[in-house]
Design a protein around this ligand. Structure first.
Ligand SMILES: C[S@@+](CC[C@H](N)C(=O)[O-])C[C@H]1O[C@@H](n2cnc3c(N)ncnc32)[C@H](O)[C@@H]1O
Length: 443
């Protein structure tokens, strides 16, 4: 290929055939010695694409013309598709979405995790491919009066009147806020609204940070509800347990799949003692407390911790304590006295009351089951080291990002664990995102 500057390459058009979908959701193709990553593609598509960005031998491209559609390609039903940054899989039929997600997980575990002998695994379909999203964050631009999601790769707000993946309750909440926007009734400083649907009501929280990062990023936690009285607490019943929560705390997006996700995450939970890391409002903590003698849960969000305690108390469960702490700090503090042989300090567990369900730090040496469900960024190295030091007999890792999951599994395997089973759940139809549960046991 003749020498070209990156600026010239940017405007190149070329024809490619998509081989498969990669982690991150783009289709991969090869042309003129370059790897071409194409957004919104389907495996088998023959496309004319334009390079948007070139980095070394990799070009990031968008579709100019579909020369020959893949047999898996369907007409995306949403009028905002392609502009809105929310969904990136609507061009694929549902089976192709599921196949792509299994391939994404395999690819990450092999390439990033270095795991060759992967067990066979299934992906559980979503009961609803549309209208499943019970939690959302809508961006608001008060100047140009737009409410919706960020456009793809941008912080410009795509104004969305109807979103095909929202539950009906959240769609009507969006319409209610849009009427407020039209009537100039939304707070001037609002930048986004977080919403979560309970069994009967919707909780709304307002944020005034201009990015889509949540309260953890240090944005003010100003809240507005229909009556301007703060984010309303709502109830959600899942698998026979009732959870109190509100829009300020994390909760899973796809309620329909939660019973199966909980069953898979806790399928190996047995014995007398368990630790749960990143426990949120207690989605797994409540059923775990029913299965295991004594449990300690760690969560650093104060509101989520308060809800988890309330949810355990409402379920009449006294065998579990929820510690409000950063997981890394908490492990550092409680494992600091461990010797090279992994022997642990015998004092009381710090950050928990004296009558902790796991009564001493020494008990951390003898954990039967550890569940972790970290944010998308995965687990800090010091947390993995702490887990390996504790050596729980079984680990259940719940992940919403196959790439960080693979990175963390590699370290756990090097630390003496082996994978027993893998199960994927299609929690986020119409997007490349996927939830994975991996069960591990110590050699
Ligand atoms: C993916 S959510 C899982 C929550 C819960 N398992 C559920 O399914 O509802 C991750 C949780 O980890 C918490 N978190 C994030 N980073 C943390 C940290 N460094 N230490 C403790 N908790 C953290 C978040 O507040 C959030 O509640």
């Amino acid at each position: 290929m003749p020498e070209q500057s990156e600026a010239q390459q940017k405007f190149d058009l070329c024809e490619v055939t998509i081989e498969r979908i990669l982690p991150g959701g783009r289709g991969i193709a090869y042309a003129d010695g370059r790897t071409v990553m194409v957004a919104l593609a389907a495996p088998g598509d023959r496309l004319r694409v334009r390079f948007d960005r070139v980095k070394g031998s990799v070009a990031f491209a968008s579709i100019v013309e579909i020369l020959e559609p893949s047999p898996q390609r369907v007409e995306p039903p949403c009028p905002y598709f392609g502009r809105c940054g929310g969904c990136d899989f609507q061009q694929l039929d549902y089976q192709a979405q599921l196949d792509a997600k299994v391939e994404i997980i395999r690819d990450c575990l092999r390439r990033l995790g270095g795991i060759e002998d992967l067990p066979k695994f299934e992906i559980t379909r979503a009961p609803n491919e549309w209208r499943y999203r019970a939690r959302a964050q809508w961006q608001y631009d008060a100047v140009v009066k737009r409410l919706g999601y960020f456009e793809a790769n941008s912080h410009r707000v795509c104004d969305v009147a109807e979103c095909a993946v929202l539950t009906p309750e959240l769609q009507s909440q969006l319409e209610w806020l849009r009427r407020g926007m039209a009537n100039e009734q939304l707070p001037e400083d609002a930048r986004y609204f977080r919403v979560i649907a309970g069994d009967e009501e919707v909780s709304v929280a307002r944020g005034s940070s201009p990015t889509n990062r949540g309260p953890r990023a240090g944005s003010p936690r100003g809240v507005v509800d229909r009556g301007d009285a703060g984010a309303r607490d709502v109830k959600r019943t899942i698998h026979g347990a009732t959870y109190h929560l509100n829009a300020e705390s994390f909760f899973q997006t796809n309620i329909d799949l939660l019973p199966q996700l909980i069953d898979a995450a806790l399928s190996d939970a047995e014995g007398n003692s368990a630790i749960e890391l990143y426990s949120g409002v207690g989605l797994f903590t409540v059923p775990l407390a029913r299965q295991i003698g004594r449990t300690l849960a760690i969560e650093d969000d104060a509101d989520a911790t308060r809800f988890a305690r309330q949810n355990l108390a409402n379920a009449g469960l006294k065998n579990t304590q929820v510690v409000n702490a950063d997981v890394g700090d908490w492990l550092d503090e409680n494992l600091e006295c461990a010797g090279n042989d992994g022997a642990l300090d015998g004092g009381a567990i710090r950050g928990s009351k004296a009558a902790s369900p796991l009564r001493s730090a020494a008990a951390l040496q003898n954990i039967d089951f550890l569940l972790l469900d970290p944010p998308r960024t995965g687990v800090e190295s010091r947390v993995i080291s702490g887990i390996i030091k504790m050596k729980p007999r079984r680990i259940s890792y719940v992940s919403c990002d196959p790439a960080t999951l693979a990175r963390d599994l590699k370290k756990l395997i090097a630390g003496g664990y082996s994978i027993q089973s893998i199960h994927a759940f299609d929690m986020f139809p119409q997007t490349h995102h996927v939830e994975t549960v991996v069960q591990l046991s110590v050699h």
